[in-house]
Design a binder for this molecule. Structure first.
Ligand code: FES
Length: 160
């Protein structure tokens, strides 16, 4: 996937708040950078390296050591579809297939417009609502192929 061009002003502002180059500061900068962009764009890491005069290899070393960091662009909204037993029994496979077709992605992928990232999880802990999915931090239960389409439509094209 070709990395989209990012606005580097945000990472410059983050770095400007730190004066010392310690690993703990680097981690904090990387966390804030990921919060800002939703992932760690390579352009942003190069900018951190340049501004803090830290070798890029050292930054990559930190990023790859901690599992909280990701190089993969994420969508504005995270869709998590439960594929646990209760949801499976209640027909989540049809729901999941509908979402995949609607967004033209498979599990783990982000849509071309960066609006959604689709994931599956083992159990969302709300089996009584099966089949269930979450969009960001909101639960949607007793899904059907029709209701899930409406829900995804609601989040499409918004700027929340
Ligand atoms: S199995 Fe889906 S919420 Fe528990």
């Amino acid at each position: 996937m070709v990395e989209k061009t990012i606005d580097l002003r945000s990472v410059r502002k983050i770095v400007s708040e730190y004066s010392n180059v310690h690993d703990s500061n680097l981690i904090a900068i990387l966390q804030q950078t990921q919060d800002e962009y939703g992932y760690l764009p390579k352009q942003a890491l190069k900018e951190v390296s340049r501004l803090m005069d830290v070798p890029l290899t050292r930054i990559f070393g930190i990023v790859t050591f901690y599992s909280q960091f990701t190089f993969i662009p994420r969508g504005r909204h995270a869709i998590k579809i439960c594929t646990g037993t209760a949801c499976h029994v209640k027909g989540v496979n049809d729901v999941k297939q509908k979402v995949k077709e609607q967004l033209n992605v498979v599990e783990g992928e982000t849509t071309a417009d960066y609006q959604f990232t689709l994931e599956t999880v083992a159990c969302l802990g709300t089996c009584f609502l099966a089949p269930v999915m979450m969009v960001d931090d909101r639960y949607f239960g007793k899904l059907t192929v029709d209701t899930v389409t409406d829900i995804v439509d609601r989040y499409s094209g918004d700027n929340t």
